[in-house]
Write a protein of this length. Structure first.
Length: 298
C-alpha cells in the first residue's frame, strides 16, 4: 500500500543518501514538530487581533526547524558516536554503525547550517542576531549529559528559542512580558517530554555513565513532571494575559493541562515503548495550544 509517512519516504530514497536523511532524523519527525511548535505559538501570539498568523513566516520557520533539528542531531551524533554504539536503541544510527564517516557528517553539517543561515537572513536584523545567539546552545547541548543530570534543561533552553524568535520576526523586537513567560513555559514542557524520553535509555545510561533527569528523579519522576506541568500552565496564562488573549486561548491551555495530567498519570517509566508513546504525543499538546492561539486572535 502507498504510504506517505516520513519513515517510508526515507526508505524510498536512493541508498547513498539514506544515511544522511537518518542522521538528520528525517524518519522521526516528532522532534522537528517539538522544535517548530513553540515558533508557531510565538508567531500566532504576535499576529494582529482578528488576523490569522503569517503563513509565509510559518513556512519559513518550518523549513528552519527541519534544518536546525537536523543540524542538532548531526552535532549530537558526532559527539556521541562512541556512546551510541553501546546503547541498543541508538547503535544503528549512521555514525555509530559506520554508514558514514565523521568527515562526511561534518561536511553535511556545514551544508545544513548554510541553508539554515539562508533562512535566518530572510528575517529582520534583530531576529538575525537573536537567532544566531542560539547556535552556542545547539553546539554545547550534547556535552551536557556528560557533566550534569540536567541536560534536559539545556535542551529546553535550546528547543524553545523559537518562542522568542517568532515574535521578533513579526514585530521587529521581543515583547518580553509575553515572550519570556512563553519561553519559560516551553522550557518546562521540554523538561516534561524529554525526561519521559530519557527513561527509555536509563539502564544503558547508567552503564556508560551518561546523566539525565530520568536518573536524577528516579521514582519521583511523576512528582517532578507534575511540578513542571503546573509551571508551564501558569506561564502560559501569564503570557496570554500580557497580550490580551481571549477565551479560546485559555480553553486550549486547559486542554493542554488535561493532556499533561493524562500523560503523567498513565506513564509507566519502566516500559520504553510507553515512554516513546507518551513522548510522541506531545506534538498534540503543541497543536492544541496553537489552535487556541489562532482562535483566540480571531
Amino acid at each position: 500500500p502507498l504510504s506517505f509517512s516520513a519513515a517510508e519516504l526515507v526508505r524510498a530514497a536512493p541508498g547513498p543518501i539514506q544515511p544522511y536523511l537518518r542522521l538528520m532524523r528525517l524518519h522521526q519527525p516528532a522532534g522537528t514538530w517539538l522544535l517548530f511548535l513553540p515558533c508557531t505559538w510565538s508567531i500566532g501570539l504576535a499576529a494582529e487581533p482578528g488576523a490569522f498568523p503569517d503563513w509565509r513566516m510559518l513556512a519559513l520557520f518550518g523549513a528552519g526547524a527541519v534544518l536546525m533539528r537536523g543540524a542538532g542531531c548531526t552535532i549530537n551524533d558526532m559527539w556521541d558516536r562512541d556512546y551510541d554504539r553501546q546503547v541498543a536503541r541508538t547503535a544503528s544510527r549512521p555514525l555509530a554503525a559506520g554508514d558514514i564517516s565523521t568527515f562526511q557528517s561534518f561536511v553535511f553539517l556545514g551544508g545544513q547550517l548554510s541553508l539554515a543561515l539562508c533562512v535566518l537572513l530572510c528575517l529582520n536584523y534583530y531576529s538575525i542576531i537573536l537567532g544566531a545567539a542560539s547556535l552556542s546552545l545547539v553546539i554545547t547541548y550534547p556535552l551536557m549529559k556528560r557533566i550534569t543530570y540536567w541536560p534536559q534543561l539545556v535542551l529546553g533552553l535550546t528547543f524553545n528559542w523559537g518562542a522568542l524568535l517568532g515574535w521578533s520576526a513579526i514585530r521587529g523586537s521581543c515583547e518580553w512580558s509575553v515572550c519570556l513567560p512563553l519561553y519559560f513555559a516551553g522550557v518546562m514542557w521540554t523538561l516534561v517530554y524529554d525526561t519521559i524520553y530519557a527513561h527509555q535509555d536509563k539502564r544503558d545510561d547508567i552503564m556508560i555513565g551518561v546523566k539525565s533527569t530520568a536518573l536524577r528523579f528516579k521514582e519521583d519522576t511523576k512528582q517532578w513532571l507534575s511540578g513542571f506541568s503546573l509551571a508551564m500552565i501558569l506561564s502560559l496564562c501569564v503570557a496570554g494575559m500580557n497580550c490580551n488573549q481571549t477565551f479560546p486561548y485559555y480553553s486550549a491551555v486547559a486542554a493542554v493541562g488535561a493532556h499533561l495530567v493524562h500523560q503523567i498519570y498513565t506513564l509507566d517509566i519502566d516500559k520504553p515503548e510507553d515512554c516513546w508513546k507518551k513522548f510522541a504525543s506531545n506534538s498534540t499538546v503543541g497543536v492544541l495550544l496553537f489552535t487556541g492561539i489562532v482562535l483566540g486572535n480571531l
